[in-house]
Design a binder for this molecule. Structure first.
Ligand SMILES: *Cc1c(COP(=O)(O)O)cnc(C)c1O
Length: 429
């Protein structure tokens, strides 16, 4: 079933660390051989051995309209012949910035970069430059990319591989990153009291998606907003996952929350390497060349990346009904999974908002990193492989959200639920 993938994985390990260019892809936490992909269309992935999978990772978020969506493919083809990069400004970048601003609230100025990591590290540098303070607060199990200041109690692959401290991150850097538990406002208040006038920014995933999908409890984000207002701290919403996914205006719109700075990635590039950060004008005008907080990129605003992102975002803006459809599909999946998991009889929790969903094999509510880690991730491994064998591609870690794409049909969802029912029966057997 996986002959060619196995061969490729052997070969890959001769030249690429662990055989992959991003760690979670290696399947280490679920075991087995990663599946090498050949192509994808709509809601389906096709691997090198000719197996088909219903896709629930959507390239970890970006492919919200499905794979190889024709308008994106055409736009890339059309623009590629003009040159793939200029290193000089283009009209397309102006149009992209205007489109983003017309969709996402509170973005007076926005700067394009090439990844979510870059967006978050630039936002932190800017917050520090703006406030003249050094420390930041982040949350356990939250992931803001692989830049040094974020690799303290981080989510995603760092949590998947249970890496407590990341070698190479100096103590000097790590000591400026303070951590609190997600959904624990009192913990944040304690940090703020312990380091008066020293905290530049609070950065948070409004909906956590890098330890499974975990929703903010009522009042949590509002409480962070109030602390930031009171203490002159820059409030950064990391919308790399939630931006353009939970609503045209992301989590800010969906949850009714206002950030000072915002970071984007994933959906914003329509499958190309794109990120962005932006926000309040009085803060953003400290970025070079307006101010002295330096930030730059040879390929920032790359025309091929811009046209892919622009094409997807303008489709989402023109048809916000896509969000209703996506949410209806996700709720249908949630309710059907709930039915088969309940019949199975062992403890589980399903968290869902919009088109983000995850299942934890847990007997307690999953509301922060410690409750996510307390779930039975051995069961998740078995469940993951059972689903994969039945042609359903879930994220290969319990510490990741699943993402629905709008190419999924009711038939696909029903097939997924049937696969889950059979997989759970297999777990019992
Ligand atoms: C994926 C992710 C990032 C990092 O984005 P990259 O493009 O992988 O660098 C940052 N923040 C959040 C919330 C993410 O999910």
């Amino acid at each position: 079933m996986y002959t060619k993938s196995k061969e490729l994985f052997e070969r890959a390990q001769q030249s690429i660390p662990g055989g992959v260019n991003s760690p979670v892809r290696a399947f280490r936490s679920v075991g087995g051989t990663p599946v090498f992909m050949k192509r994808a269309q709509g809601a389906y992935l096709f691997d090198v051995d000719g197996n088909r999978y219903i896709d629930y990772i959507a390239s970890w978020g970006p492919m919200i309209l499905g794979h190889a969506w024709e308008p994106v493919v055409k736009a890339i083809q059309e623009y590629a012949v003009f040159s793939t990069s200029y290193g000089a400004p283009t009209e397309l970048e102006v149009e992209m910035a205007e489109l983003i601003r017309s969709m996402a609230p509170n973005l007076d100025l926005v700067r394009m970069v090439s990844s979510g990591t870059e967006a978050c590290m630039s936002a932190i540098r800017l917050a520090r430059g703006f406030t003249g303070r050094n420390k930041i607060i982040k949350f356990e199990g939250h992931y803001h990319g692989h830049a040094d200041p974020f690799l303290v109690k981080a989510g995603s692959g760092v949590a998947t591989f249970n890496i407590q401290t990341v070698p190479g991150v100096t103590p000097g850097v790590a000591q400026d990153t303070l951590t609190a538990a997600y959904n624990d406002l009192a913990g944040v208040e304690q940090l703020v009291a312990a380091y008066p006038g020293a905290i530049a920014a609070i950065i948070v995933e409004p909906v956590a998606g890098n330890m499974g999908c975990i929703l903010p409890e009522p009042g949590f984000l509002e409480g962070l907003r109030a602390i930031c207002d009171r203490e002159g701290i820059v409030f950064i919403l990391d919308e790399v996952m939630t931006g353009f996914r939970l609503a045209p205006g992301g989590a800010q719109q969906r949850l009714g929350i206002r950030a000072d700075l915002l970071t984007y990635g994933k959906v914003i590039g329509g499958g190309m390497p794109v990120g962005a950060f932006g926000g309040r004008k009085d803060i953003m005008q400290h970025i070079s060349p307006l101010g002295n907080v330096y930030q730059a990129g040879t390929l920032s605003g790359n025309p091929i990346a811009m046209i892919a992102g622009y094409t997807v975002l303008s489709a989402l803006k023109a048809n916000p009904g896509i969000y209703t459809e996506l949410e209806e599909k996700t709720i249908y999946l949630r309710d059907e999974l709930d039915r088969v998991f309940r019949a199975w009889g062992e403890p589980y929790r399903i968290n869902q908002i919009g088109s983000m969903i995850s299942v934890h094999f847990s007997d307690h509510p999953v509301r922060d990193f410690s409750s996510a880690s307390g779930a039975n991730n051995e069961l998740f491994k078995l469940f993951f492989h059972s689903m994969l064998r039945r042609g359903v591609y879930l994220p290969p870690s319990a510490f990741e959200s699943w993402f629905l794409n709008n190419a999924l049909t009711r038939t696909d969802l029903d097939a997924t639920v049937r696969a889950a029912e059979e997989s759970l029966a297999e777990l019992n057997g």
